[in-house]
Design a protein around this ligand. Sequence first.
Ligand SMILES: Cc1cc2nc3c(=O)[nH]c(=O)nc-3n(C[C@H](O)[C@H](O)[C@H](O)COP(=O)(O)OP(=O)(O)OC[C@H]3O[C@@H](n4cnc5c(N)ncnc54)[C@H](O)[C@@H]3O)c2cc1C
Length: 290
Amino acid sequence: MWQEPWQAGNRDRLLKHLADHAEHPWDIVIAGGGITGAGIAREAARRGLKVLLVDRQDFAWGTSSRSSKMVHGGLRYIASGDIKTTMHSVAERERLMKEAPGLVDQMGYLMAHYKGGFPGPFVFNVLLRIYDFFAGKRYRKFHKRHDFENLSPLINEHDLLGGTQFADAVTDDSRLVIRVLREAQKDGATAINYMGVDSLIKEKGRVIGAQLKDAETGQLISVNAKVVINATGAWGDELRGEVTTERHIRPARGSHIVVPSWRLPVAQAYTAMHPDDKRPIFIFPWEGRT
Ligand SMILES: Cc1cc2nc3c(=O)[nH]c(=O)nc-3n(C[C@H](O)[C@H](O)[C@H](O)COP(=O)(O)OP(=O)(O)OC[C@H]3O[C@@H](n4cnc5c(N)ncnc54)[C@H](O)[C@@H]3O)c2cc1C
């Protein structure tokens, strides 16, 4: 049921559509309107399946609007030996930049090398050779100390050998979700926000639908489905708890510190290791902030 999604009265139309659909099972009901749910909805709808996606908050309310905005090719997976994942991710990155310019764009990355530091220029260059090989392009460039200082004027110069420049991509993660969702809707998917999956409906041990809860009115609505997909991300165990006691998620936290760009001006993303525990840190420009 394609309609311009953000028109006044759209939610009422969607609720009516849900009610009209009550007698017919959906092929797929997806709980969660982050990038995972949106992606599944898009792939299923374009294959002609009848798809209903619901999110109990706004679309992209969860992790999918709070990521570090990087569409990366998984450079670190090469180091851990997972070459296949890197190959696949680099190909996807290149494809997204080609197909969605303005939404997924190239961003330069800088990595400084210090005397005795890891990874040194040679090792890093070997990793980037593989990375660039998968992309079919040469993004990497080593800059000697003086040139690198020009590229990153605030760099600590003590024991600096130089630095490497390479490339990955950046996106606006919530816009990406909305774009994917709109494509799903154009292919016939129905997407409703502020509508949570409250519980699963089961018959003879099989899930045959879901009980939805309208976050605005508290109204409960039952929908039948051949398949219910749990795409609720970090909240996955809540819904999984309806069918098993197993827990798979141990929520962890990632932190972003946002400062005005005049406090820490960077023209490209900067990769550094935390001085105490060597965790990777990214410093990147974002909407006039760092
Ligand atoms: C700090 C941080 C930085 C990251 N940076 C990057 C990065 O730079 N690049 C990258 O590719 N990845 C990054 N990631 C990973 C990426 O953000 C996640 O893999 C991705 O957003 C997960 O999407 P999702 O759709 O699975 O989950 P979410 O986006 O969290 O979506 C789950 C949705 O389910 C909804 N929901 C929950 N329960 C219910 C229910 N019962 N009924 C209906 N809806 C429900 C929630 O409201 C939410 O909207 C980062 C992650 C973190 C934590």
